[in-house]
Design a protein around this ligand. Sequence first.
Ligand code: MCA
Ligand code: AMP
Length: 505
Amino acid sequence: MANPLYDRLFGANAGKSTPFLLLADGRSLSHSDFLAIASRFAHALVAAGLEPGDRLAVQIEKSPEALALYAAAVQAGVVFLPLNTGYTADEVSYFVENSGAKLLVCDPARAEALAPVADAAGTGLLTLGSEGDGSFAESAAGVPNAFDTVARGEDDLAAFLYTSGTTGRSKGAMLTQANLLSNCLTLAEEWRFTAEDVLLHALPIFHTHGLFVATNVTLAAGGAMIFLPRFDLDVILEQMPRATTMMGVPTFYTRLLGDPRFTADAAAHMRLFISGSAPLLAETHRQFEGRTGQRILERYGMTETNMNTSNPYDGERRAGTVGFPLPGVELRITDPGNGAELPQGEIGQIEVRGPNVFKGYWEMPEKTAAELRENGFFITGDLGMVDSDGYVSIVGRGKDLIISGGYNIYPKEIEALLDDQPGVLESAVIGVPHADFGETVLAVLVPEPGASPDIAAIEAEVSTKLARFKHPRRMVVAESLPRNTMGKVQKNVLRDAYKDAFAES
Ligand code: MCA
Ligand code: AMP
């Protein structure tokens, strides 16, 4: 029986003794070593009571075993739900409850904090550490290295990835087997990935970029990855001579450029550098070419759609653009007011349609209907235009979103928490330019009459509720918020007022 995603990405590499994961300490795992762990984990998922279609929530450190858990979920027909390792217990609790996950696998160090979360949701809890330790790993010891792959159809769900909204709480984007498979096959071809490629992988594996773009593309090509727990400049520079390609967020590239050890020689063995998840400044693109003689290939995607556009492999990689719609992806620019398609060259909202576009938000039919048209076009919330050569540029966002170091942060979630704090009448959270993260979070607090909010106490509350990357890096107190005649807060006025707040960073 078939399971298209497993068969094409994992099954196709069965029996290969070629390296798949190269670790910084010199150890490596072959494709077949990796698949054996995945199959043992698939047995452990079944033993934990998971059935095809059940959700598996995971909050674990990046490691070969963590990646094998993804493969195991695909093989067992279970819906994989990876979570940012920085999320607090409060945040995890929402995802587990909303998704109805049957099992939560977390790092052993987090088990105590997450036990009440799992209990409250009636979810099982097992642990998997970055050394392959923990109760989940124990339950996979001594079981067979082979597992009868569970049959799945192209339209069956493979993963849930939560993405925050401009209003309300996060939405579970339902991604099918076909969504993931079609996109990685297209990308592997467009970017000329082969079994000879070695990808320098320093991205987290709980987001589309590190999991479905970097990993799935490598698997589709039968290549290898230098699999690093995080972006550490020294390790990246040390490992680059072994690699042929790298994928990263713009912060990776600005950090590389900030280091004199990163030279044309250091990059000489690389055939391709790819950037995405946040805008790459045209200046970074030019500096990179000046330093290495190579042009970064910028592409554009979303959690709901995987990748939509890419600059060409052959042909001009144009700075400040995200290239052309990928084969099979239709892209149109529409009027945000009435949805009518706009003529070429005009700025409007970007809409995309294709096999990459998700199935909808889990148990949120109204939110799905608001963003996914009946004709299949998904309204991205990004504003863009297409130039006369067909290159797409993103010129802004229709949605209130901050992207810090490639992580998306929705101001609404932070404002809701700040508004609840003693002495705070209202708040506005904005993104301001930051040299390292591209943008960073700044909060403007308006006190209740006669009150003076205790900033230290508010910071303490924020740190128990929200992941570190969402914390405002500065909180300023203001008498009032600028509003337009409709009473809407003018965030553009605030962004302008505080644009130099981190000028030195
Ligand atoms: C870490 N910190 C951050 C961030 N990362 N704060 C804000 N924004 C961040 N992105 C915190 C740390 O907890 C630490 O807190 C402090 O900032 C400095 O940490 P540092 O050591 O400099 O950070 P790092 O560990 O080196 O991480 C920076 C990073 C990382 C390498 C840029 O954030 C990263 O790997 N980002 C990639 C995110 C990603 O994969 N996005 C793809 C989403 P303290 O002050 O306590 O020390 S998928 C997507 O967007 C779509 C689909 C797409 O198109 O790809
Ligand atoms: P996510 O919700 O994590 O999937 O992030 C998707 C958002 O990241 C998109 O809607 C864009 O706003 C942004 N994004 C991704 N790639 C790029 C890029 N190359 N340039 C500008 N913005 C990007």
